[in-house]
Design a protein around this ligand. Structure first.
Ligand code: SF4
Ligand code: SF4
Length: 329
């Protein structure tokens, strides 16, 4: 399915409306919920960068390597290999949300109010809280610590997640403040936000890393939980607006490395962004162990990463069609 540039359909307008009406309380606050801030990153845009991982994402990709960033709420994580079985956390929890079974601590997540009493009590750090509320200046202060590295390397800040646009007001304020400070900005985005969000971001974002996961709408919905109409439309919008966009394609064996999806991706890009930078990202299992810590199910337990040979042959195919291609960055 190939979208024509600037194509607008009723369903797309509905999607935009649904997104704008979703009533995210955080968007009315000057605070954002941040999963992690990683310094000295070198694979998330040019130079040395600080990566701010926003919490919350409208997609639920089954291969997601950061499951702790899918919900934009605090989430308790349990690390069984660190637990010494002292059970102090069970005794101190005011909500009686913790219990013990043969494999360790069990969390009753509907009782947990994320009060952090247990995480502060556990000396083994076997219980940790994912998600911290921070205001724009707090995040900016951390970003500014590495200004000297940005200057010598051509680096800056990268907004990642989760999906940074899910907290659009906080993101736009933070991006504005970074530009005030002369810091280069980059966003890694799934593309699923209203066009107005990207329009508002354009003056404050230097580089867009834009995911293109599956071109077939039904398959996209099956594996990510949402249609790709809005995503493909926003991609065309950014191209028309002259944004600096790198396309990122995660290569997930058996899901999107099929001949038809690769050909559809090439045709879509030839039509809308010929010669662009395509970054091929091989599937990896680094996030798999986090699912259990969140009581989430990981459905790709048996899936192996693509071979180096397969990645190289995919790269050759895109290069043959005139794209500048990198693997893994
Ligand atoms: S306090 Fe920490 S180490 Fe002790 S039982 Fe609870 S999680 Fe395990
Ligand atoms: S965060 Fe608070 S409510 Fe939740 S399990 Fe820990 S102590 Fe109990």
């Amino acid at each position: 399915m190939i979208l024509k540039k600037k194509q607008k359909t009723t369903s797309l307008q509905e999607l935009n409306m649904n997104y704008n009406n979703r009533g995210d309380i955080l968007n009315n606050s000057i605070k954002g919920i941040i999963s992690e801030i990683e310094r000295y990153a070198v694979k998330d845009g040019p130079g040395i960068r600080t990566v701010v991982f926003f919490k919350g994402c409208p997609l639920k990709c089954i291969w997601c390597a950061n499951p702790e960033t899918q919900k934009n709420t605090h989430q308790l994580m349990y690390w069984p290999t660190r637990c010494i079985g002292c059970k102090k956390c069970i005794q101190i929890c005011p909500q009686k949300a913790l219990s013990w079974n043969t494999t360790g601590i069990m969390i009753n997540r509907s009782n947990c109010i994320s009060c952090n009493v247990c995480t502060n009590t556990c000396n083994s750090q076997a219980l940790t809280m994912s998600g911290e509320l921070k205001n724009v200046e707090e995040v900016l202060d951390t970003i500014k610590k590495d200004n000297s590295f940005y200057q010598v390397s051509g680096g800056g800040v990268t907004f990642s997640g989760g999906e940074a646009t899910y907290q659009k007001d906080f993101l736009i304020q933070l991006a504005q403040r970074c530009k005030d400070e002369g810091i280069s900005t980059c966003i890694e985005t799934c593309g699923y936000a209203s066009q107005e969000v990207y329009q508002d971001l354009l003056p404050y974002i230097d580089y867009f890393f834009y995911d293109l996961k599956l071109i077939n709408e039904k398959k996209h919905t099956k594996y990510t939980g949402v249609s790709n109409k809005l995503i493909l439309s926003n991609f065309c919008y950014l191209q028309d607006a002259g944004a600096d966009v790198t396309v990122r394609i995660p290569i997930i064996p058996g899901i999107n490395n099929t001949e038809s999806n690769i050909n559809d991706s090439i045709h879509f890009l030839l039509e809308h962004a010929p010669g662009c930078h395509v970054s091929l990202l091989p599937y990896h299992r680094l996030g798999a162990s986090k699912y259990g810590k969140l009581d989430m199910h990981y459905s790709l337990e048996e899936l192996a990463p693509p071979s180096d040979e397969e990645m190289q042959s995919l790269k050759d195919l895109f290069v043959k069609h005139g794209f500048y291609v990198t693997i893994g960055e």
